[in-house]
Ligand binder design. Structure first.
Ligand SMILES: Nc1nc2c(c(=O)[nH]1)N[C@H]1C(S)=C(S)[C@@H](COP(=O)(O)OP(=O)(O)OC[C@H]3O[C@@H](n4cnc5c(=O)[nH]c(N)nc54)[C@H](O)[C@@H]3O)O[C@H]1N2
Ligand SMILES: Nc1nc2c(c(=O)[nH]1)N[C@H]1C(S)=C(S)[C@@H](COP(=O)(O)OP(=O)(O)OC[C@H]3O[C@@H](n4cnc5c(=O)[nH]c(N)nc54)[C@H](O)[C@@H]3O)O[C@H]1N2
Ligand SMILES: [Mo]
Length: 774
């Protein structure tokens, strides 16, 4: 299996949605992912109160869903899980692991669903079957022999609240808080930044706020690909005449135009709705300067209003009653020159002032943002700057207003809510101690960066993965893989085969689980699970599809199996009863978090989900000072490195044909790139300046100054509309370029949106075979 390298590039002229998305779905998966009658039946249940919650993104699910409440990518995720292909012992008998390591990500997952528990047999270099009981006994034996400090329990954001609660408890009973999750690579800058500014780790916006808002600001999020159902709220707002301002280095099609595939007239006539009314191509890492500029323009407009006796631009009452630190922030705004703002943001003063005037004219504004802000060296500051902008006009804690981080995995926010966290202070340890009569481990656990460092230096000895593709999603892939093979134990709980499963520790187990769409029957009958969306609403999810194999266990059953094998039994923790009836796990969650999950088993069935109480929504500020806090930025560049001649800021991002490391195909429709993912997008001026030509093969070379050689070779240059000095490549192919040390301050999110690299015009890469990191 080889990675395709033939590039077809043709700028896409269509809108997001429309027939393009219908065609894309119809041509999806030429093999075993073809939509069947059963797949269509499942799609009709997607994101409905009596159906299942999409396994793709975490966007909110409305109370009154459309007939088809899914998007192109949500449907792809559904088909992907309903895959009719099967990967069992016979597959591995044909393909040794060393061969599979040469396969691209696409071909690994495309083979279908994993069907039986497997263990790696080093002599034959193959995965071979193992009975569940023996698998659990092996894990139990290994865990009992290891020092808990060196064992990591990773979770990838898809597992239910029930599974997550049990998993976090397993780690703590075992003796550590080593509970990193995908959030550590994702919105952790949010989880660290928002509490400092507004006292809560999650967004304050509900779906209904979109109906009441007067202005929407978007920063660093690609709605058309990564949260397409939000386009319904955006389209409705745009039709009401609500200004939508987008700040993004790339012109992402979803923020430009949309045709709702569920509306017959626009579909027939091809009339799209304009989404953004203003589009500003900020430099990668330029948002601190940009937002400083927006805030400065507000302050100057407020000065003018005071001079003229006009209505104030700042919400002075809100600032006085609810915030702290405004004077210092205002002083920093006055001290910052427009020349610096223009240079760092790459935008003109007139553009920034124009955008600020639109924001100032709106009564209530919503701000949405994504990875373009969190995955920078100054990612936490980025998030706090966005809060500054909202606080100046009192845009937190009232209808139609608020801050809205767009979460990634479908239950990533929920996993944190029920205890998957390396930070003990975020978990009600007293409650856990009381309920389960043990002493929870007091010290901070390993996050993703800590885990990578620990694997590299040998202090981490075992890795349990509840889903995900850690080795591929993490930074510094090329250093990580050889070190990973020295782990004593690797356990991967998964639905489909990926590269992380092939980088095996001395003892390696691959445990296949039920997917969320599948019927889950336990001793107590049919089971339901729950998830939390980006707006902190909790939903029930029922699987009805026939499981991919009879040998699959549910995730709660696997967690319980490991727990029973690795821990001393204690009557307070009824693992078996929990597995028999997940309602009992929900009772335990409610007992642990009584305010958040009051009456959980009943309310989980409410259409649209039930909202958890979020203090900032009610203008209660759970910060140290009891007020919302303005932050004074220390620097105005988020990259963490100095500009230098020919040093470029590499943005690593997703195509329209992938879900994280799951590659659905080689077609990034909205960007017009087809046939290969081995590309680098470069602006025309940089192409000329660096003496490159379109279609040329080049290498990217990391420039971290730590002496480690980092390169990704054989990428084709695609001329693309990006700001000067910024280039774009795909995640995860470019991850070998990211040094593990290049992460956000405090939140430790790998800084994948401004990676310092150079382009080497003479490629040294042979025609690439296999995925980038080998
Ligand atoms: N179909 C699909 N859906 C997904 C996913 C998927 O892979 N596929 N992944 C899920 C997950 S886990 C997550 S976290 C989300 C990710 O969803 P997004 O947050 O949209 O993540 P990215 O694709 O990485 O795109 C980041 C966006 O930020 C912009 N950007 C980059 N650097 C900067 C910057 O410095 N400033 C600004 N203002 N913008 C910048 C990029 O141009 C891009 O539009 O989506 C979730 N949903
Ligand atoms: N350079 C760069 N790196 C990045 C990013 C970036 O933008 N740039 N984004 C980061 C972000 S935002 C994230 S969230 C991480 C994602 O990192 P991860 O969450 O670790 O990776 P995924 O690709 O989402 O994991 C996919 C695998 O999950 C398994 N899986 C799917 N469904 C289930 C299920 O129901 N149960 C179980 N047990 N397993 C299942 C399948 O085996 C599949 O192969 O990557 C991060 N890495
Ligand atoms: Mo994510």
């Amino acid at each position: 299996m080889h990675e395709p390298t033939d590039l077809k590039f043709e700028p896409y002229r269509g809108p997001a949605g429309g027939w393009g998305s219908v065609h894309s779905l119809l041509r999806f998966g030429t093999g075993s992912q073809v939509p069947t009658v059963e797949a269509m039946r499942q799609l009709a249940r997607q994101n409905k109160a009596d159906g299942f919650m999409c396994v793709s993104c975490a966007w909110a699910k409305p109370k009154d869903p459309h007939a088809f409440e899914f998007c192109e990518n949500g449907a792809k995720a559904t088909f992907w899980e309903l895959d009719q292909g099967r990967v069992g012992a016979d597959f591995f008998a044909r393909h040794p692991v060393s061969e599979l390591l040469q396969w691209p990500d696409f071909d690994l997952e495309r083979k279908g669903r994993l069907t039986e528990p497997l263990r790696y047999d080093r002599d034959s270099d193959r995965y071979v079957p193992i009975a569940w009981e023996e698998a659990f006994a092996t894990i139990g034996r290994e865990l009992r022999a290891l020092d808990p400090a060196g064992v990591v329990f990773y979770a990838s954001g898809r597992a239910s609240l029930e599974t997550s609660y049990m998993y976090a408890l397993l780690a703590r009973l075992y003796g550590n808080n080593n509970l990193p999750d995908s959030s550590n690579m994702c919105h952790e800058s949010t989880s660290v930044g928002l509490p400092r500014s507004i006292g809560v780790p999650v967004g304050t916006v509900l779906l209904e706020d979109f109906e009441a808002t007067d202005c929407i600001l978007s920063f660093g999020q690609n709605v058309g690909t990564n949260a397409p159902r939000m386009l319904h709220q955006l389209q409705e707002a745009s039709r009401r005449g609500v200004p939508i301002l987008t700040f993004n280095p790339l012109r992402e099609r979803g923020w430009e135009r949309f045709i709702n595939p569920q509306e017959p007239v626009p579909m027939a006539t091809g009339t799209s709705t304009r989404i953004s009314s203003g589009y500003h191509q900020v430099r990668a890492g330029g948002d601190l300067a940009l937002v400083q500029g927006l805030c400065k323009a507000l302050l100057e407009a407020d000065d003018a209003a005071q001079r003229d006796g006009a209505a104030r631009v700042l919400d002075v009452d809100f600032i006085a009653v609810h915030t702290r630190g405004f004077e210092d922030f205002a002083a920093s705004l006055r001290a910052t020159g427009w020349d610096e703002i223009e240079r760092e943001s790459g935008l003109s003063r007139a553009d920034v002032e124009g955008a600020a005037a639109i924001y100032a004219a709106a009564r209530s504004s919503i701000l949405v943002y994504g990875m373009g802000l969190t995955q920078h060296r100054r990612g936490v500051d980025n998030v706090r700057m966005l809060c500054n902008l909202m606080l100046m006009r009192g845009n937190v804690g009232r209808p139609g207003a608020g801050i809205c981080p767009v979460r990634g995995h479908s239950n990533v926010q929920g996993q944190r809510t029920v205890g998957i966290s390396e930070k003990p202070e975020l978990v009600p340890m007293d409650r856990l101690a009381e309920l389960y009569r043990f002493e929870p481990p007091p010290s901070k656990g390993l996050d993703t960066i800590g885990t990578v460092e620990g694997v590299l230096d040998g202090s981490v000895r075992a890795f349990i993965g509840l889903g995900g593709n850690f080795v591929r999603a993490a930074p510094d892939t090329r250093q990580l893989e050889p070190a990973w093979k020295r782990l004593r134990l690797t356990v991967q709980v998964a639905t489909k085969l990926n590269r992380s499963h092939l980088v095996c520790g001395e003892v390696a187990l691959l445990l296949p689980c039920l997917g969320r769409l599948e019927r889950d029957i336990q001793a107590g009958g049919d089971q339901t699970v729950t998830t939390e969306d980006s707006t902190a609403c909790i939903h029930a999810s029922f699987g009805t599809h026939e499981p991919a194999s009879r040998a699959l266990l549910s995730e709660p059953a696997i967690v319980a199996g490991i727990a029973e094998a690795a821990l001393e039994p204690r009557p307070e923790v009824p693992w078996r009863e929990w597995v028999a009836d997940y309602g009992r796990v929900r009772d335990a969650i409610e007992a642990t978090y009584p305010e958040q999950f009051r009456d959980f088993n009943r309310r989980m069935r409410e259409p649209g989900g039930f909202p958890r109480p979020i203090a900032a929504r009610e203008r209660r500020w759970k910060t140290d000072s009891g007020k919302a806090e303005f932050m004074v930025p220390e620097v105005l560049c988020a990259t963490g490195f100095e500009d230098a001649a020919n040093l470029l800021r590499l943005i690593t991002l997703r195509s329209n044909d992938q879900f994280n490391t799951t590659i659905y195909g080689y077609r990034d429709r909205f960007r017009g790139i087809e046939g290969t993912r081995r590309v680098v997008l470069v602006g025309e001026r940089d192409i000329a300046r660096l003496g490159l030509r379109a279609g040329q093969l080049v290498d990217l070379v990391g420039d971290d100054g730590d002496g480690v050689e980092r390169e990704v070779g054989g990428l084709r240059v695609v001329p693309y509309d990006v700001p000067e000095g910024c280039i774009v490549g795909y995640y995860p192919e470019c991850n070998p370029l990211i040094s593990v040390a290049h992460h956000a301050i405090d939140s430790h999110v790998p800084a994948g949106k401004s990676v310092p690299v150079r382009i080497r015009a003479e490629t040294r890469a042979p025609v690439p075979a296999g995925p980038a990191p080998v």
